[in-house]
Design a protein. Structure first.
Length: 170
């Protein structure tokens, strides 16, 4: 994927979504690379991310969140059109603890997608993806372009057309 370059979460189309997700913003996810079904993000080491105060090791949930976010961004960058996705399955294998005081990188690659499902592999690491802290395999549901419905009301009406009434029970 080349030499990483720092991009704030608001600079890349899929990356800007991270600033809208409070948890992602709270853990400080920074987009380094994004495109062609690949994503690379950095979690800067911070005291509020520590899971074990005695060792200073980052909580495993932070690593899971980094891998899930990187995986979703990889899927978005592999799809031709903006489309809603959701994590269907996320398996994390922890290989070793992260090193206290060090940033964590998370890379992901969407290596295949169909009309409805996307498949991703990834790793969290410090310097070398071949020496991972954790690895992941994940699948994502690819919606039948629900993005349009997000910009409109859930019933297809534009959101600026006022409130809609629920449908009558049949």
């Amino acid at each position: 994927m080349g030499e990483p370059h720092d991009t704030s979460p608001g600079d890349a189309m899929p990356g800007h979504l991270l600033t809208r997700v409070p948890h992602s913003a709270a853990i400080g996810i920074r987009v380094l690379e994004l495109g062609d079904g690949r994503a690379l993000v950095r979690i800067p080491y911070a005291d509020h991310l520590i899971g074990d105060p005695d060792t200073g090791v980052v909580h495993g949930g932070v690593i899971t969140a980094a891998l899930d976010n990187a995986s979703g961004m990889a899927v978005h960058s592999a799809l031709a059109d903006p489309t809603s996705i959701a994590t269907l399955d996320l398996r994390i294998d922890y290989m070793r603890p992260a090193t206290a005081g060090r940033d964590i990188l998370a890379s992901a690659h969407c290596y295949r997608h169909t009309r409805n499902i996307a498949f991703v592999r990834g790793a969290a690491y410090h310097d070398d993806p071949e020496d991972p802290i954790a690895t992941t395999v994940a699948t994502f549901v690819v919606s039948s372009n629900q993005t349009r419905k997000l910009h409109q009301g859930g019933d297809g009406q534009r959101s600026d057309e006022g409130p809609t009434r629920p449908r009558e029970a049949r």
